[in-house]
Design a binder for this molecule. Structure first.
Ligand code: ADP
Length: 472
């Protein structure tokens, strides 16, 4: 099958979160399984762009909002990612250092989507599936079916929309409807939700199939999806939950290039201790105490706002018998609060504000526990990386966290689960972590057990292929 993935992120080209990890791995494993998967994404000004060789594949020109839209499709020359990677270069719009957060993001991502389908429209053949990811690409199913310039050729190509996060929906005021290529006005309702154009809602309505990244998240969307609840209820027949896998080649403590101390489940006790020692020395923490880490975006969804109070309460209540290390960026106020604690609790706590891929790997490897109190967690990859590196996940029972972590109080349980994103629940979980840490035999058993759980992409690939085949 020929599958074209369209996405705003793809690791290692450009990543802001889990979307990047998934789009960097899913096509690779689809190709390994004998399919022809490719990725098309915006050409940002990233390190990857400058450190790799590209060839021009196509130069096109169309229009957006009555203005010329010239674009160039370049292709990575060596297939080094395990799939064909195409970047869309639109001068002045996409060629910037960051992925998101520009005031003209609407124009940027609408232009990107138009360029992608305009390019596909020139192909001498049609792909078997166009697979869109999140709201930045969710107008594509509508455009393929109802825009006059494309529908004759592309309306018959099956489309899939995968929702990695339904909180962000790509709202566009109706005054900008002329950004879209001319479309059949009778179908305008397929763009709308809540009185504006809603890219994600349009994708849910128009894609042939919709997938979400865990089973529990699919259920949750019907009662909590930032305004789209009724839509998910109505469209439930075409929605499927498929749990993400992790890329075992990138995330492997046995040969992770970011680590200086490699380990397997057999050598986990020693291996983790050496990684922990390095981390603790770097951040002035006591290696003898249990080390709890948090890695992620500092936003409300991740319950980052309650981290400062939870950490202070836990350090006081546990009388300093635990250490915390935080890596993240996001809400400036939370960043400020977390950095301020560096001075209050030296030796017990450290926060690194920013995005640091290398440090994140070191933290998965060196930590004893990984805290994820998320209010919303569609799948969550961090907990799976943690398990792969023998780090006990401490998670709130929601979405994919609920589907992947079993509490240590249950039969063959290996993690710590709690119900509320609250200081009280986190504090109680920290006390459970400190207690189990003292039981070295139990810790070793949990570490080995988790490291041997299979979170590979292979079974998820079969589920995606079944979705694709169901549209034939
Ligand atoms: P989300 O996509 O909602 O942010 P996921 O758990 O699906 O959450 O994926 C998060 C990914 O981003 C993981 O690979 C995690 O290690 C990485 N990540 C998040 N914040 C940082 C950071 N500050 N530095 C390095 N990696 C980060």
């Amino acid at each position: 099958m020929e599958i074209i993935h369209v996405s705003a992120e793809c690791y290692p080209v450009a990543k802001a979160g889990g979307l990047g990890d998934v789009v960097g791995a899913l096509p690779k494993y689809q190709c390994k399984a004998g399919h022809y998967a490719k990725v098309v994404m915006p050409m940002y000004e990233t390190k990857f762009l400058h450190n790799n060789e590209f060839v021009v594949d196509y130069k096109g020109s169309t229009s957006m909002a009555g203005m010329p839209l010239n674009y160039t499709i370049i292709k990575e020359r060596t297939n080094k990612l395990g799939f064909d990677l195409y970047l869309v270069d639109i001068k002045g719009l996409l060629d910037r250092p960051n992925i998101y957060s520009y005031s003209d993001d609407t124009e940027r991502f609408v232009a990107f989507q138009i360029a992608v389908i305009d390019w596909m429209n020139q192909w001498g053949h049609l792909p078997d599936v166009v697979h869109c990811h999140d709201h930045h690409t969710a107008l594509i199913p509508f455009m393929m079916q109802y825009c006059y310039a494309y529908k004759d050729k592309l309306a018959k190509v099956p489309t899939v929309l995968t929702i990695h996060n339904a909180q962000y929906q790509g709202w566009i005021g109706w005054e900008k409807k002329h950004y879209l290529p001319a479309y059949d006005e009778w179908k305008g309702g397929l763009l709308e939700w809540g009185k504006s154009i809603n890219s994600l809602a349009s994708g849910v309505k128009c894609a042939w199939k919709v997938t979400t990244v865990s089973w529990s998240y699919l259920e949750e969307l019907r009662w909590s999806s930032n305004g789209l609840e009724k839509l998910f209820e109505y469209e439930r027949g075409k929605c499927v939950g498929i749990l993400n896998g992790i890329d075992n080649e990138v995330w492997n403590p046995k040969d992770d290039s970011y680590l200086s101390n490699h380990f397997t489940s057999r050598t986990v006790a020693n291996g983790k201790q050496r990684n922990k020692l390095e981390l603790c020395e770097q951040f002035g923490l006591d290696v003898r105490k249990p080390l709890i880490v948090f890695i992620g975006r500092l936003v409300g969804e991740k319950a980052a706002d309650i981290l400062p109070d939870s950490i202070m309460a836990s350090i006081y209540a546990m009388q300093g018998s635990v250490s915390f290390l935080i890596l993240g960026s996001g809400d400036p106020h939370v960043e400020w609060q977390l950095s301020n604690l560096n001075d209050s609790f030296p030796g017990y706590y450290h926060a690194v504000i920013g995005y640091n891929e290398a440090l994140s790997h070191k933290m998965y490897a060196g930590a004893d526990f990984l805290l994820m109190p998320s209010r919303v967690e569609p799948c969550g990859l961090n907990q799976m990386y943690a398990m792969r590196y023998g780090t006990v996940p401490m998670v709130r029972s929601t979405g994919g966290l609920q589907d992947t972590v079993k509490d240590m109080g249950e039969w063959e349980g290996f993690g710590i689960r709690f119900n509320n994103a609250s200081v009280g629940d986190i504090h109680y979980s920290v006390s459970r972590a400190v207690a189990v840490y003292a039981d070295t035999k139990h810790m070793l058993w949990m570490r080995r057990y988790m490291m041997n759980i299979d979170h590979s992409w292979e079974s998820a690939i079969d589920n995606y292929m079944n979705v694709y085949r169901s549209m034939k």
